[in-house]
Design a protein around this ligand. Structure first.
Ligand SMILES: Cc1ncc(C[n+]2csc(CCOP(=O)(O)OP(=O)(O)O)c2C)c(N)n1
Length: 275
Protein backbone atom coordinates (compact mmCIF):
# COMPACT_ATOMS: atom_id res chain seq x y z
CA UNK A 1 0.00 0.00 0.00
CA UNK A 2 1.61 3.29 -1.02
CA UNK A 3 1.21 6.56 0.84
CA UNK A 4 -1.98 8.47 0.12
CA UNK A 5 0.04 11.69 0.46
CA UNK A 6 1.14 11.40 -3.19
CA UNK A 7 -2.46 11.77 -4.23
CA UNK A 8 -3.23 14.95 -2.29
CA UNK A 9 -3.23 18.56 -3.49
CA UNK A 10 -0.94 20.04 -0.86
CA UNK A 11 -1.67 23.54 -2.15
CA UNK A 12 -5.32 23.14 -1.06
CA UNK A 13 -4.37 22.58 2.59
CA UNK A 14 -5.41 23.35 5.27
CA UNK A 15 -8.70 21.53 4.76
CA UNK A 16 -12.03 22.78 6.11
CA UNK A 17 -12.94 19.75 8.22
CA UNK A 18 -13.37 19.95 12.02
CA UNK A 19 -11.05 18.02 14.35
CA UNK A 20 -12.22 14.39 14.54
CA UNK A 21 -14.33 14.52 11.36
CA UNK A 22 -14.66 11.17 9.56
CA UNK A 23 -14.22 12.67 6.09
CA UNK A 24 -10.43 12.25 6.12
CA UNK A 25 -10.75 8.53 6.85
CA UNK A 26 -13.18 8.06 3.97
CA UNK A 27 -11.06 10.13 1.58
CA UNK A 28 -7.84 8.28 2.42
CA UNK A 29 -9.52 4.93 1.91
CA UNK A 30 -10.89 5.98 -1.47
CA UNK A 31 -7.32 6.90 -2.40
CA UNK A 32 -5.97 3.58 -1.07
CA UNK A 33 -8.64 1.67 -2.97
CA UNK A 34 -7.76 3.51 -6.20
CA UNK A 35 -4.07 2.89 -5.64
CA UNK A 36 -4.46 -0.79 -4.79
CA UNK A 37 -6.82 -1.50 -7.67
CA UNK A 38 -4.20 -0.19 -10.09
CA UNK A 39 -6.68 1.85 -12.13
CA UNK A 40 -5.13 4.59 -14.26
CA UNK A 41 -5.06 7.87 -12.35
CA UNK A 42 -5.11 9.77 -15.65
CA UNK A 43 -8.41 8.08 -16.48
CA UNK A 44 -10.05 8.61 -13.10
CA UNK A 45 -12.54 11.40 -12.45
CA UNK A 46 -13.91 12.20 -9.00
CA UNK A 47 -17.20 14.07 -8.75
CA UNK A 48 -19.01 15.51 -5.73
CA UNK A 49 -22.04 17.59 -4.84
CA UNK A 50 -22.07 20.13 -2.02
CA UNK A 51 -21.39 19.52 1.66
CA UNK A 52 -18.42 18.95 3.97
CA UNK A 53 -17.85 15.47 2.50
CA UNK A 54 -18.23 16.87 -1.01
CA UNK A 55 -15.14 19.00 -0.41
CA UNK A 56 -12.98 15.85 -0.56
CA UNK A 57 -12.31 15.87 -4.34
CA UNK A 58 -10.85 19.36 -3.98
CA UNK A 59 -8.03 17.84 -1.91
CA UNK A 60 -7.47 14.89 -4.26
CA UNK A 61 -4.99 15.20 -7.10
CA UNK A 62 -7.14 13.73 -9.89
CA UNK A 63 -9.44 15.22 -12.49
CA UNK A 64 -12.20 16.42 -10.17
CA UNK A 65 -15.56 18.14 -10.41
CA UNK A 66 -17.29 19.92 -7.52
CA UNK A 67 -20.86 20.36 -8.74
CA UNK A 68 -24.23 21.47 -7.29
CA UNK A 69 -25.99 20.13 -4.19
CA UNK A 70 -27.51 16.73 -4.95
CA UNK A 71 -26.36 16.67 -8.56
CA UNK A 72 -23.11 14.71 -8.46
CA UNK A 73 -24.66 11.61 -10.04
CA UNK A 74 -26.10 13.49 -13.07
CA UNK A 75 -22.71 15.14 -13.70
CA UNK A 76 -20.96 11.78 -13.27
CA UNK A 77 -23.44 10.19 -15.65
CA UNK A 78 -22.65 12.84 -18.28
CA UNK A 79 -18.91 12.23 -17.90
CA UNK A 80 -19.27 8.46 -18.19
CA UNK A 81 -21.59 8.75 -21.21
CA UNK A 82 -19.17 11.12 -22.95
CA UNK A 83 -16.18 8.83 -22.33
CA UNK A 84 -17.02 5.34 -21.05
CA UNK A 85 -13.29 4.55 -20.67
CA UNK A 86 -13.08 6.80 -17.62
CA UNK A 87 -13.31 5.49 -14.06
CA UNK A 88 -15.91 7.73 -12.45
CA UNK A 89 -16.23 8.01 -8.67
CA UNK A 90 -18.82 10.05 -6.77
CA UNK A 91 -18.33 11.28 -3.20
CA UNK A 92 -21.60 12.45 -1.65
CA UNK A 93 -23.07 13.18 1.79
CA UNK A 94 -26.20 11.64 3.29
CA UNK A 95 -28.22 14.77 2.52
CA UNK A 96 -26.62 15.25 -0.89
CA UNK A 97 -27.36 11.67 -1.96
CA UNK A 98 -30.65 10.79 -0.27
CA UNK A 99 -32.57 14.09 0.08
CA UNK A 100 -32.05 16.59 -2.76
CA UNK A 101 -30.18 13.94 -4.78
CA UNK A 102 -32.40 10.97 -3.89
CA UNK A 103 -34.10 10.80 -7.26
CA UNK A 104 -30.75 10.75 -9.09
CA UNK A 105 -29.54 8.00 -6.77
CA UNK A 106 -32.41 5.64 -7.52
CA UNK A 107 -32.18 6.21 -11.27
CA UNK A 108 -28.41 5.66 -11.29
CA UNK A 109 -29.14 2.27 -9.70
CA UNK A 110 -31.88 1.51 -12.20
CA UNK A 111 -29.59 2.26 -15.15
CA UNK A 112 -26.63 0.34 -13.74
CA UNK A 113 -24.21 2.87 -15.19
CA UNK A 114 -20.59 2.04 -14.29
CA UNK A 115 -20.01 4.60 -11.54
CA UNK A 116 -18.81 4.01 -7.98
CA UNK A 117 -20.68 6.09 -5.40
CA UNK A 118 -19.35 6.54 -1.87
CA UNK A 119 -22.08 7.85 0.44
CA UNK A 120 -20.53 9.48 3.51
CA UNK A 121 -23.27 9.07 6.10
CA UNK A 122 -22.51 11.23 9.13
CA UNK A 123 -26.26 11.21 10.02
CA UNK A 124 -26.70 14.97 9.57
CA UNK A 125 -26.28 17.98 7.28
CA UNK A 126 -22.81 18.91 8.47
CA UNK A 127 -21.97 21.91 6.32
CA UNK A 128 -25.16 23.81 7.12
CA UNK A 129 -24.88 23.09 10.86
CA UNK A 130 -26.99 20.11 11.72
CA UNK A 131 -30.36 19.83 9.99
CA UNK A 132 -31.72 16.27 9.86
CA UNK A 133 -31.37 14.25 6.67
CA UNK A 134 -33.23 11.15 5.42
CA UNK A 135 -30.47 9.11 7.10
CA UNK A 136 -30.74 10.74 10.56
CA UNK A 137 -31.85 8.12 13.11
CA UNK A 138 -35.34 8.44 14.61
CA UNK A 139 -35.17 10.24 17.93
CA UNK A 140 -31.89 12.05 17.22
CA UNK A 141 -31.56 15.76 17.93
CA UNK A 142 -31.06 18.07 14.95
CA UNK A 143 -31.32 21.83 14.58
CA UNK A 144 -34.57 21.15 12.69
CA UNK A 145 -35.71 18.47 15.18
CA UNK A 146 -35.24 20.09 18.56
CA UNK A 147 -37.47 17.49 20.27
CA UNK A 148 -36.05 14.52 18.40
CA UNK A 149 -36.40 13.44 14.78
CA UNK A 150 -39.76 11.77 14.11
CA UNK A 151 -38.86 10.57 10.59
CA UNK A 152 -37.73 7.00 9.97
CA UNK A 153 -34.39 6.86 8.12
CA UNK A 154 -33.81 5.07 4.83
CA UNK A 155 -31.69 1.96 5.02
CA UNK A 156 -29.39 2.67 2.08
CA UNK A 157 -28.47 -0.95 1.23
CA UNK A 158 -32.15 -1.92 1.07
CA UNK A 159 -33.13 1.13 -1.00
CA UNK A 160 -30.35 0.85 -3.58
CA UNK A 161 -30.57 -2.94 -3.81
CA UNK A 162 -34.29 -2.61 -4.60
CA UNK A 163 -33.46 -0.01 -7.27
CA UNK A 164 -30.97 -2.25 -9.11
CA UNK A 165 -27.44 -1.35 -7.95
CA UNK A 166 -25.15 -4.26 -8.79
CA UNK A 167 -22.67 -3.80 -5.94
CA UNK A 168 -23.84 -2.63 -2.51
CA UNK A 169 -21.79 -2.59 0.67
CA UNK A 170 -21.59 -0.76 3.98
CA UNK A 171 -18.67 -0.15 6.31
CA UNK A 172 -17.82 2.51 8.87
CA UNK A 173 -14.93 4.84 9.57
CA UNK A 174 -14.05 2.51 12.46
CA UNK A 175 -14.06 -0.55 10.16
CA UNK A 176 -11.29 0.73 7.93
CA UNK A 177 -10.02 -2.46 6.21
CA UNK A 178 -13.59 -3.30 5.16
CA UNK A 179 -14.19 0.27 3.97
CA UNK A 180 -11.14 0.18 1.70
CA UNK A 181 -11.87 -3.34 0.43
CA UNK A 182 -15.50 -2.54 -0.39
CA UNK A 183 -14.55 0.62 -2.30
CA UNK A 184 -12.01 -1.45 -4.23
CA UNK A 185 -14.69 -4.06 -4.99
CA UNK A 186 -17.01 -1.28 -6.12
CA UNK A 187 -14.34 0.03 -8.49
CA UNK A 188 -13.92 -3.48 -9.93
CA UNK A 189 -17.67 -3.90 -10.49
CA UNK A 190 -18.77 -3.06 -14.05
CA UNK A 191 -21.95 -1.28 -13.01
CA UNK A 192 -23.46 1.04 -10.43
CA UNK A 193 -21.76 0.47 -7.08
CA UNK A 194 -22.76 1.99 -3.76
CA UNK A 195 -20.57 1.94 -0.70
CA UNK A 196 -22.14 3.54 2.36
CA UNK A 197 -19.52 4.74 4.83
CA UNK A 198 -21.04 5.35 8.27
CA UNK A 199 -19.06 8.36 9.43
CA UNK A 200 -18.87 10.70 12.40
CA UNK A 201 -19.64 14.41 12.76
CA UNK A 202 -18.44 15.27 16.28
CA UNK A 203 -19.43 18.93 15.84
CA UNK A 204 -23.07 18.75 14.78
CA UNK A 205 -24.12 15.20 15.59
CA UNK A 206 -21.97 13.72 18.35
CA UNK A 207 -21.75 16.82 20.55
CA UNK A 208 -25.44 17.63 20.20
CA UNK A 209 -26.58 14.05 20.78
CA UNK A 210 -24.48 13.47 23.88
CA UNK A 211 -22.19 10.99 22.14
CA UNK A 212 -18.96 12.67 23.18
CA UNK A 213 -16.02 13.53 20.99
CA UNK A 214 -14.45 11.64 18.08
CA UNK A 215 -12.84 8.80 20.10
CA UNK A 216 -16.16 8.10 21.87
CA UNK A 217 -17.99 8.20 18.53
CA UNK A 218 -15.54 5.72 17.03
CA UNK A 219 -16.05 3.49 20.07
CA UNK A 220 -19.82 3.82 19.52
CA UNK A 221 -19.35 2.56 15.95
CA UNK A 222 -17.26 -0.34 17.21
CA UNK A 223 -20.02 -1.32 19.67
CA UNK A 224 -23.05 -0.58 17.47
CA UNK A 225 -22.16 -2.17 14.13
CA UNK A 226 -22.21 -5.88 13.36
CA UNK A 227 -20.91 -7.69 10.33
CA UNK A 228 -23.45 -9.43 8.10
CA UNK A 229 -23.41 -13.17 8.76
CA UNK A 230 -22.24 -15.26 5.78
CA UNK A 231 -25.14 -16.04 3.46
CA UNK A 232 -27.48 -13.62 5.23
CA UNK A 233 -27.57 -10.76 2.67
CA UNK A 234 -30.87 -11.89 1.14
CA UNK A 235 -32.52 -12.12 4.55
CA UNK A 236 -31.17 -8.72 5.54
CA UNK A 237 -32.48 -7.09 2.36
CA UNK A 238 -35.84 -8.81 2.80
CA UNK A 239 -36.04 -7.50 6.37
CA UNK A 240 -36.21 -10.98 7.87
CA UNK A 241 -32.77 -11.08 9.52
CA UNK A 242 -32.47 -10.25 13.23
CA UNK A 243 -29.61 -7.94 14.16
CA UNK A 244 -29.83 -6.01 17.42
CA UNK A 245 -27.66 -3.08 16.28
CA UNK A 246 -28.37 0.11 14.29
CA UNK A 247 -25.89 -0.74 11.52
CA UNK A 248 -25.18 -4.03 9.80
CA UNK A 249 -22.00 -3.91 7.74
CA UNK A 250 -20.92 -6.07 4.84
CA UNK A 251 -21.51 -6.76 1.16
CA UNK A 252 -25.25 -6.91 0.45
CA UNK A 253 -25.33 -7.17 -3.36
CA UNK A 254 -22.79 -8.56 -5.84
CA UNK A 255 -24.53 -9.22 -9.09
CA UNK A 256 -24.42 -8.41 -12.80
CA UNK A 257 -26.77 -6.60 -15.16
CA UNK A 258 -26.34 -4.87 -18.54
CA UNK A 259 -24.18 -1.78 -18.07
CA UNK A 260 -25.72 1.44 -19.37
CA UNK A 261 -22.91 2.85 -21.54
CA UNK A 262 -22.42 -0.56 -23.19
CA UNK A 263 -26.13 -0.71 -23.98
CA UNK A 264 -25.95 2.84 -25.33
CA UNK A 265 -23.01 1.96 -27.59
CA UNK A 266 -25.18 -0.78 -29.10
CA UNK A 267 -27.86 1.81 -29.81
CA UNK A 268 -25.26 3.96 -31.60
CA UNK A 269 -24.18 0.94 -33.69
CA UNK A 270 -27.81 0.15 -34.57
CA UNK A 271 -28.33 3.76 -35.58
CA UNK A 272 -25.39 3.54 -38.00
CA UNK A 273 -22.45 4.66 -35.83
CA UNK A 274 -21.39 7.97 -34.30
CA UNK A 275 -21.78 10.82 -36.79
C1 LIG B 1 -29.76 23.79 -3.99
C2 LIG B 1 -29.11 23.93 -2.63
N1 LIG B 1 -29.85 23.76 -1.53
C3 LIG B 1 -29.30 23.84 -0.31
C4 LIG B 1 -27.96 24.12 -0.20
C5 LIG B 1 -27.35 24.28 1.17
N2 LIG B 1 -26.57 23.12 1.54
C6 LIG B 1 -25.23 23.10 1.35
S1 LIG B 1 -24.53 21.69 1.91
C7 LIG B 1 -26.04 21.12 2.47
C8 LIG B 1 -26.20 19.82 3.20
C9 LIG B 1 -24.98 19.00 3.29
O1 LIG B 1 -25.25 17.85 4.02
P1 LIG B 1 -24.73 16.45 3.55
O2 LIG B 1 -25.01 16.20 2.12
O3 LIG B 1 -25.24 15.43 4.51
O4 LIG B 1 -23.14 16.59 3.65
P2 LIG B 1 -22.16 16.91 4.89
O5 LIG B 1 -21.96 18.39 4.92
O6 LIG B 1 -22.79 16.38 6.15
O7 LIG B 1 -20.92 16.17 4.52
C10 LIG B 1 -27.06 22.03 2.17
C11 LIG B 1 -28.48 21.82 2.53
C12 LIG B 1 -27.21 24.29 -1.38
N3 LIG B 1 -25.89 24.55 -1.34
N4 LIG B 1 -27.81 24.19 -2.58
Amino acid sequence: MSSSVNYLRANKMPHIWCPGCGNGIVMSNIIRAINDSGIDREKTVIVSGIGCSSRAPGYMDFDTLHTAHGRAIPFATGIKMANPELNVIVITGDGDSSAIGGNHLIHGCRRNIDITVVIVNNNIYGMTSGQYSPLTPTGAWATTAQYGNIDRPFDIPRVVAACGATYVARASVFHVPQLKNYIQAGLANKGFSIIEAISICPTYFGRKNGMGDAPEMLKWLKDNCKMLKPGDAGNYLAGTAEYDVPYVLGEFVKTTAPEYTESYMKVIEKAGGAK
